[in-house]
Write a protein that binds this ligand. Structure first.
Ligand code: GLS
Length: 841
């Protein structure tokens, strides 16, 4: 049905169209209006929650006005769009970000103050949108910010989980998970009850030949679940462009079927159906870098992919273009293998629903998709059991078999007689039961495959995807090194540093072109500048120290060296190496004379991060950190020389407080295991140095900032395999200092040692897969170098200034431009002149 307003009535619309507020008075007017009408409260019962709600609604109105204009402009221009499919978007808070991106935070600050509120308190009312696990989800959020800021016509598609990543509580040193029900009040989403897609599951396939002898497949029966769209506006920085993140929520298909049940008195089971359907988008799987193969997860993936593709195809069909133009109009990026079914679904739509030939359809499909790989860890590579697939998505399994058959035929033509090659690259693994290898399917169905840092992109080409490089040639594989948005990770998280940089580089331009930071090099030895720089770091440490005091009760000295490791807890990230190093430091301090102790630089070791609920070893590491803290923090011999802190419930909004406060942060994964890492970039950008291994993006950070400005240690990726072999088949003697650490643990110094037996045992008796012992000595030595370097504050500050000055490369804007050019082939859609920060078009 044509829903647009007829030409003669449009003037009336234009006259009354919503206008985004610009002035403080207009902002206040909006806040009061929302308090009094939307929230039905008054000045006599407006608490901070209500003020947060009203301020957010005022900004939401502003964003949605720009959102509408952006969408109209994009539809009108009819240029190519990008769709970023991600099961995770770790957005964090929206209000602060919206205020800064539209350039009205100061207006809001004054306005709120006149209405009786402090802006910080209002910002702190917001619940994080935590629809992600860690780096992969946060990368997707940074990309949305960059795509909008660079004016790319780009949408994110994801799931609207009712429960985001769980909240972590520490009880007696143990992690306890608490559900994160975040939708109580969420002013940032717009339910689109008119945009509902039917998604089919189960059933069977009927095949026949039609009148002209064409093979037809009909997927019929089974059940239908409804997907409702929820839209979240994504404001660009200093541009009116406001893109869309569309999240799908599941509901049972009401209608005849339920109605019949209901009428026949089967009320309970009709409600049960409802609940079963709603389960699909109920909860984010809390695993990072781990695949568990659960049926509900596959259901989530298909539900989201089917709804998104229906939406994308519907939009394309409105343009009335030929199908062959699909890849000229649409680029779809697969964030990891989670949305790989989109490849199969588009092929199914084209051949089963739209009647295209297989080859014609397949050309369209492969030219549309790009696939980003985010890990080489074998336990994270998705595989789905064929019987499970057969039951849930019978038609898709057939199509996968056909894709595989055509693919293997082409391999056979290229490498005649190489049976081993065929078995190795087959999308179907011939195991018991058979498995669908999603990464292989993603490679075969995409035109580009990329890794997320140079080392990682090299590794996928030489290890897990080696055969595919031979088959498709090297050009199909590329690298796009990850990046972070400087808007959130500098401007928002570290306002004073951002202000200082702005004052020296001629305004906020560096937030749009991060290479402008280069201009800071000339201040690296400037006394006055260094003083201000150091003051800001100190203030950020005071802020964190207060937070530590209020949440843990422990007093830490802001003048001490803050050593921070915050990220998901995982054996490959080696928080155990860090805590063993802390225990070694504790032993060293205990053995020192008071005179010797006076010469030691005081240190605060700060940890934070969630363990997957089923990951026992990771939970044991958290337990050990907490127990070490409990002993060390109250040992009078130690005093300020060492404090050990575990920060509960690490998330995006806490990262905004933690990141600017580091002197040193730890990125110490076993070489070759961390695909990129992105918090490494955030810490350096905020004037902290890094202790790290030659892994992931650490290598490129070193190249950019200079090896004098980073503390690298440990074995190299190329040596890992041999070392593991030696552990298992040769002699494996532990580092003597590590043995002392283990002895202390075993003496029950940190509580019952039985609790940590599996952890020490994994290193002593079970091959030390992550090379903790091999790297221990070099780690301890490098930490000593850190201590020494920190004593020379003048040089230290210079190092941090030079590092920040050289971080321009790691803006997610650079990444997005690389994707746009190398993979998507899309252009920005420039915004009309006259628009700018806080100004009206
Ligand atoms: C990850 C990697 O582990 C990180 O190294 C990487 O920075 C991130 C984004 O590319 O992706 N892969 C994953 O499964 N979780 C991640 O955080």
């Amino acid at each position: 049905v044509e829903a647009s307003i007829p030409e003669p009535q449009r003037d009336a619309w234009k006259k009354f169209q919503a206008k985004p507020f610009v002035s403080k008075d207009d902002f206040e007017k909006e806040v009061v209006r929302h308090v009094e009408t939307t929230l039905a409260r008054s000045m006599f019962n407006c608490d901070e929650t209500a003020a947060y709600a009203a301020a957010s609604l005022a900004f939401r109105d502003r964003l949605i006005t720009e959102w509408n204009r952006t969408q109209q402009r994009q539809t009108f221009a009819d240029t190519k769009r990008v769709y970023y499919l991600s099961l995770e978007f770790l957005m964090g808070r929206a209000l602060d970000n919206a205020m800064l991106n539209v350039g009205l935070k100061n207006v809001a600050k004054e306005g709120l103050s006149e209405l009786g509120f402090r802006i910080e308190d209002i910002i702190n009312q917001e619940h994080d949108a935590a629809l992600g696990n860690g780096g992969l989800g946060r990368l997707a959020a940074c990309f949305l910010d960059s795509m909008a800021s660079l004016n790319f016509p780009a949408w994110g598609y994801g799931l609207r989980y009712k429960y985001g990543i769980f909240k972590q509580e520490i009880v007696d040193g143990y992690q306890v998970e608490v559900p994160d029900y975040w939708l109580d009040f969420n002013p940032w989403e717009f339910p689109r009850h008119d945009i509902v897609v039917d998604v089919q599951f189960y059933g069977g396939v009927r095949k026949y030949q039609d009148e002209v002898g064409k093979n037809v497949a009909v997927w019929e029966g089974g059940e239908i679940v409804k997907a409702t769209a929820y839209d979240v506006p994504i404001p660009g920085f200093d541009t009116p462009t406001t893109n869309n993140m569309r999240l799908w929520s599941s509901k049972a298909a009401s209608g005849e079927f339920d109605f019949q049940k209901f009428n026949s008195g089967d009320y309970e089971s009709s409600v049960a159906d409802q609940q079963r359907a709603e389960t699909i988008s109920a909860v984010l799987y809390p695993n990072d870098n781990l695949d568990r193969g659960k049926e509900l997860r596959l259901k989530q993936q298909y539900f989201w992919v089917a709804a998104s593709l229906y939406d994308i195809v519907r939009r394309f069909k409105k343009s009335k273009r030929a199908w062959s133009e699909f890849p000229d109009q649409i680029a779809i990026q697969l964030n990891d293998t989670h949305p790989t079914l989109a490849i199969v679904e588009l092929q199914r739509i084209l051949i089963d629903m739209e009647g295209l030939d297989w080859d014609e359809a397949w050309t369209i499909v492969t030219n549309t998709f790009g696939y980003t790989n985010h890990t080489v860890l074998p336990e994270a590579l998705e595989k789905w059991s064929v019987p499970l697939f057969q039951n849930l998505l019978p038609r898709h399994l057939q199509i996968i078999y056909d894709i595989n058959m055509f693919f293997l035929q082409s391999v056979e033509r290229k490498f005649p007689g190489d049976r081993d090659m065929l078995a190795r690259v087959s999308i179907i693994e011939e195991s018991q039961p058979k498995m669908v290898r999603m990464a292989f399917l993603a490679i075969v169905g995409s035109h580009k495959v990329n890794g997320v840092a140079e080392l990682h992109s090299d590794l996928i080409k030489t290890t897990i995807f080696k055969d595919f490089v031979k088959i498709f040639g090297p050009d199909k594989f590329t690298n796009v090194t990850n990046g972070i948005t400087p808007r959130r990770w500098l401007h928002q998280a570290n306002p004073r540093l951002s202000e200082l940089i702005a004052s020296k580089t001629g305004g906020l331009g560096f937030l749009k072109d991060l290479n402008v930071l280069n201009e800071l090099e000339k201040f690296a030895d400037d006394k006055a500048f260094k003083k201000e720089w150091a003051e800001i770091k100190y203030a950020n440490k005071v802020r964190l120290a207060k937070y530590i005091k209020s949440t843990t009760g422990v007093t830490v000295n802001p003048a001490a060296l803050f050593d921070i490791q915050v990220k998901r807890i995982h054996e490959y990230k080696r928080q155990q190496l860090n805590i063993f190093g802390v225990i070694h430091r504790y032993l060293t301090i205990k053995a020192m004379t008071p005179e010797q102790r006076k010469k030691l630089a005081p240190r605060v070791s700060i940890f934070g991060g969630k363990a997957a609920p089923g990951y026992w070893m990771a939970k044991t590491i958290i337990h050990l950190i907490n127990n070490v803290g409990a002993v060390v923090n109250k040992d009078p011999d130690v005093g300020d020389l060492l404090k050990v802190i575990f920060l509960e419930d690490y998330n995006v909004s806490k990262a905004e407080i933690i990141t600017p406060a580091s002197d040193v942060s730890e990125h110490i994964s076993t070489a070759g295991t961390e695909a990129s890492g992105t918090s490494n970039m955030k810490f350096v950008l905020n004037g902290g140095l890094i202790i790290g291994t030659c892994d992931g993006a650490n290598i490129e950070i070193t190249r950019e900032i200079g090896e004098n400005n980073i503390f690298l240690f440990g074995n190299l990726a190329e040596d890992v395999e041999d070392l593991r072999h030696t552990h298992n088949y040769g002699s494996h003697t532990l580092d003597p200092d590590l043995v002392k650490v283990f002895d202390l643990i075993k003496s029950n110094a940190f509580g019952d040692a039985g609790a940590f037996g599996a952890l020490t045992g994994s290193i002593e008796d079970h091959g030390d897969y992550y090379l903790v012992s091999d790297d221990f000595h070099s780690y301890i030595q490098t930490q000593t170098l850190v201590d020494e370097a920190y004593k020379n504050q003048e040089e230290w500050i210079t190092k941090t200034i030079l590092s920040v000055a050289r971080m321009g490369f790691f803006s997610s804007d650079r990444c997005i431009n690389e994707y746009a050019e190398m993979i998507w082939n899309v252009e920005p859609l420039p915004v009309e002149k006259g628009s700018g920060l806080g100004k009206e078009e």
